[in-house]
Design a protein. Structure first.
Lengths: 180, 180
DNA sequence: ACCGTAGCGGACTGACGGTCCGTTTCGCCA
DNA sequence: TGGCGAAACGGACCGTCAGTCCGCTACGGT
């Protein structure tokens, strides 16, 4: 890959991160604005990422990867506590990455689901539910993940973190305690 | 209110219902298309409903009202079973009104939440949770409702109804069984 | 240093949500 | 019934946005 291409893609990612983080509403961040902020032509932007969804996904993947790199490698908690930890981390991630997470969820065409990181997250929660003997694990995993959707996080923004996190914990424990 | 105004608003609602029901993706239903299908000018459409969100909300309210009119008046079930029934009805409603529900959730500005029918639904589920002595009721009600989001319904469209409804039931029972 | 080509940039396109205002039609009153 | 003020109409128009296209630039292998 040519050096200028790499450099430009990095500029675009950096500019987009800044703009999405700063925006109240991610819909107000236009592709033109990102290109301008990156000091790059629009063509470059679209050649590098395909379309808006592609760019948002690339950003999301970047941030979530950074997040996962700091994952305290699975200490043998029981499945229920491990699920609480995973979902709490995800909640906090969406608080921290509000703009980006909202942008991804609104990008259309089932974007919250058609997404490698959703699949992995869902598979992991499902595995924990199965380990705990809870059924039907597949649906319940979707339901648990729905509780940490970006726009719910957004909607509950004014509430103290402690309250929502206690709620999340109660939810997960309840689901893991129910055996069919 | 002038007769032509009423007549036009009815045409618009009818046309919009048809188009949203028929569309694979509600984003592909444009305001121009609705106006044309209703045999009405665009000005009339916007004067009657304010903006796209206003029209979608009006349609949603219309359908949900029809739904609530057929509600079997609260037979004294225990809170848990009542919640199962409410959420199952909502799930089915979203299966039946796929296009409309997706349109509402995607209409932006926290539209799934800033909505009288969401508030009422949330208040009702909260009341049931409180009656069952489950805490924190407010958050858990949001979480339960998140399990019947239109795009999750859409994502699980290929799965048999029986499976998802069993899952929903398991979820609700688990949450109502947990006394915090 | 040269040259083929990958990559650049920004003018351009098509579509959309929403506005504006000259024209039409309603319905009240004589 | 005819006339009139106001309410409502309709579609041309506007600003904006995602995405495309193509003449130009500059990278890097030889």
């Amino acid at each position: 890959m040519r050096a200028d291409k790499t450099r430009n893609q990095d500029s675009v990612l950096a500019a987009a991160e800044r703009l999405f983080d700063a925006a109240d509403d991610p819909d107000t961040v236009s592709m033109d604005a990102i290109a301008a902020a990156a000091g790059v032509g629009k063509g470059t932007l679209f050649r590098g990422f395909g379309d808006r969804l592609g760019l948002v996904r690339a950003l999301y993947v970047k941030r979530i990867t950074e997040e996962l790199d700091t994952l305290p490698t699975g200490r043998g908690l029981d499945p229920s506590d491990e699920a609480v930890e995973l979902l709490t981390r995800m909640w906090r991630f969406k608080v921290r990455n509000r703009g980006l997470a909202l942008a991804l969820e609104r990008a259309g065409r089932g974007s919250p689901y058609r997404n490698e990181s959703y699949e992995r997250f869902h598979a992991e929660i499902t595995r924990l539910l199965v380990a705990a003997g809870v059924d039907p694990a597949d649906f319940l995993a979707h339901a648990l993940i729905a509780a940490v959707r970006a726009d719910l996080v957004e909607h509950l923004r004014d509430q103290p973190d402690a309250d929502t996190e206690a709620g999340l914990k109660a939810l997960v424990h309840a689901v893991f305690a129910g055996r069919g």
